[in-house]
Design a protein around this ligand. Sequence first.
Ligand SMILES: Nc1ncnc2c1ncn2[C@@H]1O[C@H](COP(=O)(O)OP(=O)(O)OP(=O)(O)O)[C@@H](O)[C@H]1O
Length: 234
Amino acid sequence: MLELDGLIHEYDGARAVDGVSLTIPDGEFLVLCGPNGSGKSTLVRHLNGLLEPDAGRVLVDGVDVSDAPVAARTTVGMAFQEPRDQFVAATVGGDVRFGPENLGLDHEEIDRRAANALSAVGLDGREDDRIETLSGGERERLAVAGALAMEPSHLVLDEPFTGLDSPARERLLARLRDLHADGTGLIVVTHDLRYLLDDADRVVCLADGEVVVDASPGDATEKLTEYGVRVPGR
Ligand SMILES: Nc1ncnc2c1ncn2[C@@H]1O[C@H](COP(=O)(O)OP(=O)(O)OP(=O)(O)O)[C@@H](O)[C@H]1O
């Protein structure tokens, strides 16, 4: 379970997250939406200790993330919108294998995870490609594959559909549905709900760093348009 308790984050005195409290049960598929600059990326970076709260607490399975950042990073996997700094190896295969290797898994398991993750994002057969030769969209897909390969209990994806064409988007959506069915918690950050609303359990919308909607997808849609979030059929 993930718990945010009165989370506040400021950049040079400007409040990006303004007292957010949320409990996210294991296995929940949560969509986190809101207009540009509403604090979504800042909020999710707290879930695995990439940022430290100015006030409030973040707990992963009851343990404060500040006390156990390594455990939090194993439990909560994350892939970002602009993955420039996320790569640790020179090649696609090296990068996607890096996380599982660090978990000390055996070779067969690492091979299985790497193959599954690359296939989910349509980068199968590209293991030997150098990352510097990938397009922007391919880099985003590789960042998602790196998070998938960790097989974390909670997977956080920040705008994962941005660089994807329609077949790639469908493939990733299918993988997310499978993960959810298998019990993985998903938190997908997006300002465009059109691809996700049918699958999500819950929609949370931020505006100016505060939670303004926290509802089932069916109940949330009417309010979301007020906050500039695209919903199906609108
Ligand atoms: N590293 C930073 N330094 C200073 N201010 C920042 C930094 N990162 C974000 N901010 C500011 O904090 C606020 C929240 O930004 P954040 O990126 O969390 O929002 P977001 O909802 O993810 O936005 P977007 O949808 O545009 O990605 C914005 O006003 C932004 O300008």
